[in-house]
Design a protein around this ligand. Structure first.
Ligand code: BMA
Length: 364
């Protein structure tokens, strides 16, 4: 089947899966339909993490009175990113601000404003390590996932953590957002990673979260995204796959990291991994009738002047991914950025990427 007919078939299936209802009956149906439409039209929505809250060397100060019109992406291209991502890390403690110091009030306001403007919102979550008291990156124990599952010593407290995350998402009201918990689980840098729990334990963690949010809290507007990290084979993807009932988007994360000793290979290794990943996600998406996405990517500090147009773009343009998101531009760490900003030497290359027919931003 050609790509086009495959996508039409998928759209028809998505419509059928809602039973008698039209595919646009609920906010979730509308978001899923919108993402399938991008894929059908051969367009990829561009996303940027934390984009309305801060950028390279600026941040929203008085968020309650700020119109939230600034954006590093808009400064360079004149448009907002179609997708914006936010992180819920520290919501589990009932904190006022997330792990990067962004007030949850600002996150709520920015998310709703972006949706009102016609954009799409996605949430990730880097919760702390409940067993050790460390952060999400504390991988000193391989008992953490086990301890939060039913029957585990931290299960009751963990359910309070889930409750706080669900409270926040519920506070957004009747809108649909992408939720992407327990990401990069095929690496071993988060406490829910590959060497830290068995496939069954990971799947139980994901399902526990889904069942609590969906069945107990009635948060039926969430579009659930799974994003292991690449490189990944289809077998590895499926080994920790929670099941079709629990997943709407089969995504993945992959960043370029530069080896200073192999400058001449800049872009090549990354591009090869991304193309393999795109082939894997396309096949899995077709088999499971799911949307696919490059849920996180980037090259920190973007030292490659043609990274957008000659590395990222050719690697993704022929695939029906619904969106691609680059990570945040930290306002307080000058070298920690993954998107372009006004004045950065690579900004024209980013603008050229955004002007490609395949790439979709949000018109103002
Ligand atoms: C990481 C880095 C950290 C940040 C975390 C959560 O990739 O950007 O500085 O705290 O994401 O946003």
């Amino acid at each position: 089947m050609s790509n086009k007919y495959f996508l039409l078939a998928i759209l028809a299936l998505a419509a059928c899966s809602t039973g008698n209802k039209k595919p646009t009956d609920t906010p979730k149906d509308r978001l899923v339909h919108q993402l399938f439409t991008f894929a059908e039209e051969g367009r990829i929505a561009y996303g940027h993490q934390d984009d309305p809250c801060y950028g390279h060397s600026w941040r929203v100060e008085d968020w309650e009175n700020d119109e939230l019109e600034r954006s590093d992406v808009k400064d360079v291209t004149g448009k907002y990113p179609m997708v914006v991502g936010f992180d819920l890390g520290d919501i589990e403690h009932g904190a006022d601000k997330n792990l990067d110091g962004v007030p949850f009030g600002l996150i709520r306001k920015a998310a709703l404003k972006h949706i009102e403007r016609g954009g799409i919102v996605t949430f990730s979550w880097h919760p702390d390590n409940i067993l050790t008291g460390g952060d999400a990156w504390d991988v000193s124990s391989n008992q953490v996932v086990k301890s939060v599952l039913m029957g585990g010593e931290n299960h009751a407290e963990f359910m309070v953590w889930l409750q706080r995350a669900a409270d926040f998402l519920e506070s957004l009201g009747d809108v649909s957002v992408i939720f992407r918990p327990w990401h990069e689980h095929t690496g071993s840098w988060f406490w829910w990673g590959k060497d830290l729990c068995t496939p069954q334990e990971y799947i139980e963690l994901f399902r526990l979260t889904w069942v609590y949010f969906t069945k107990e809290r009635g948060l039926t507007n969430l579009v659930w995204c799974l994003s292991p990290n690449a490189p990944i084979t289809p077998e590895e993807y499926m080994e920790r796959y929670p099941g079709d009932e629990f997943i709407d988007i089969m995504g993945a994360d992959f960043y370029e990291t530069l080896d200073p000793a192999r400058q001449e290979e800049m872009g090549v290794v990354f591009s090869n991994v991304i193309k393999d990943l795109m082939n894997t996600l396309s096949a899995l998406g077709m088999e499971h009738h799911k949307l696919i996405a490059l849920a996180e990517t980037g090259l920190e500090g973007i030292p490659d002047p043609v990274w957008w147009t000659e590395v990222l773009y050719p690697s993704i343009k022929d695939y029906s991914i619904s969106y691609v998101l680059t990570w945040r531009n930290a306002w307080d760490q000058p070298g920690h950025f993954f998107g372009a900003w006004e004045g950065f030497e690579n900004a024209p290359d980013f603008k050229a990427f955004c002007e490609k027919d395949h790439i979709l931003l949000l018109d103002i």
